[in-house]
Design a binder for this molecule. Structure first.
Ligand code: TXA
Ligand code: MG
Length: 348
């Protein structure tokens, strides 16, 4: 299939490009589009055959449900059977934005979209292209991240191009995404709101509005309530080690690991904070990628997936990543880093 990559204005999206995207979606085809978090791979959520293409193109396991994107409340009402007070509060405070709500589904939502679950995940993205595209299409849009399954989520049109070129008819490319990590998935169907996946809206932000908020922490033999959380996501090819500790100790340990890797003729890449970077240059890693300042987690979040992808492109055998402090957006960053590292974490 020929893939067209159209550069679209992220602030004032061109009407004819939105129209072209809407026409593909209405015809049951897939369109990749930017959101504030990561790029999505969209299909008409009410068309089962179109949604089936998402799983095929991504190589996504069938038991991993899709988030449905809407541009207004009326559209959400087509999908959601009953709204809870917590859900109402979330809509008022966080939509449009990086918060996905899990609520009982109506019969309009197919089992393919929810992977057989009784609840549907919905979100109103905060990006002019995403919102206007959904509006123009006039349909709710099911969209997972627009990467091949198992790869880091795409935070730029180039990432999508590399993963999906030849597989879908259209990529709407508006450059880099602002947030850079995916939305927070929050189950608001029960008594106490529960975070199924940490993301762009922090637990602390949610607590201010909702009061008590739980975090789904499945024990070893339990399945997470967001099925996608059980897969080894965001995984680079190289072996990744996540290092958590003071800048000084992390720099020292990284220097040691670089030396060890080089002795085995391995290429060693480093993802680090702005604060540690000046002390790592002379340790001669094969790639040094600055994620951003420790004091500005939003910076780290927005460059994280770019860094992981770059390590793969440059053929790093070993990737050493510096952790950030948990809390706020730091929790989502650490969640993604831990998954990428396949739980190889050193506290030093
Ligand atoms: O920011 C985002 O959320 C991006 C953009 C494109 O909106 N989308 C995204 O989708 O990250 P995806 O498919 O890569 O991740 C969706 C996550 C998975 O962990 C999935 O298991 C969970 O949400 N999920 C989807 N529907 C669910 C449901 N009905 N119940 C529980 N978890 C659900
Ligand atoms: Mg994904």
């Amino acid at each position: 299939m020929q893939t067209k990559r159209s550069y679209i204005d992220g602030v004032h999206p061109e009407a004819e490009l939105l129209k072209e995207g809407a026409e593909w979606l209405q015809a049951g085809e897939l369109v990749a589009f930017p959101t504030e978090t990561v790029y999505g791979l969209g299909a008409n959520a009410l068309d089962v055959a179109a949604c089936a293409k998402i799983f095929e193109v991504k190589g996504r396991p069938q038991d991993n449900p899709l988030i449905v994107h809407v541009c207004n409340r009326a559209m959400a009402n087509i999908l959601v059977d009953s709204w809870t007070p917590a859900a109402e509060l979330c809509v008022r405070h966080f939509w449009p934005g990086p918060l996905t709500l899990v609520l009982p589904k109506t019969a309009n939502v197919s089992d393919l979209v929810t992977a057989g679950l009784a609840n549907v995940a919905i979100r109103m993205p905060n990006h002019p292209v995403a919102l206007r595209l959904i509006e123009e299409t006039g349909l709710p849009i099911a969209a997972p991240s627009a990467n091949l399954s198992g790869k880091p989520s795409p935070t730029s049109g180039s990432h999508v191009w590399r993963d999906l070129k030849g597989k879908i008819p259209l990529i709407l490319d508006a450059g880099a995404c602002m947030v850079g990590v995916e939305s927070t998935v929050l189950d608001v169907s029960g008594e106490v709101p529960t975070i199924l996946r940490p993301g762009g809206v922090s637990k602390e932000q949610l607590e201010k509005v909702l009061g008590e908020v739980r975090v789904d922490k499945p024990s070893k033999n339990q399945v997470p309530r967001a099925p996608g959380m059980k897969y080894r996501h965001y995984a680079p090819h190289g072996e990744m080690i996540l290092m958590v500790g003071s800048s000084e100790r992390v720099v020292q340990r990284m220097g040691h690991e670089i030396h060890k890797g080089h002795a085995k003729l391995k290429k060693v890449g480093v993802l680090c904070t702005l604060e540690s970077a000046p002390f790592l240059h002379n340790r001669l890693p094969d790639l040094l990628f600055v994620l951003g300042s420790k004091d500005r987690p939003e910076e780290v979040a927005s460059s994280l997936f770019e860094g992981l992808r770059l390590c793969d492109e440059r053929g790093m055998d070993i990737i050493l990543a510096e952790g950030v402090e948990e809390g706020g957006l730091g929790t989502a960053i650490m969640n993604r880093l831990q998954k990428a590292a396949g739980q190889r974490i050193q506290y030093i």
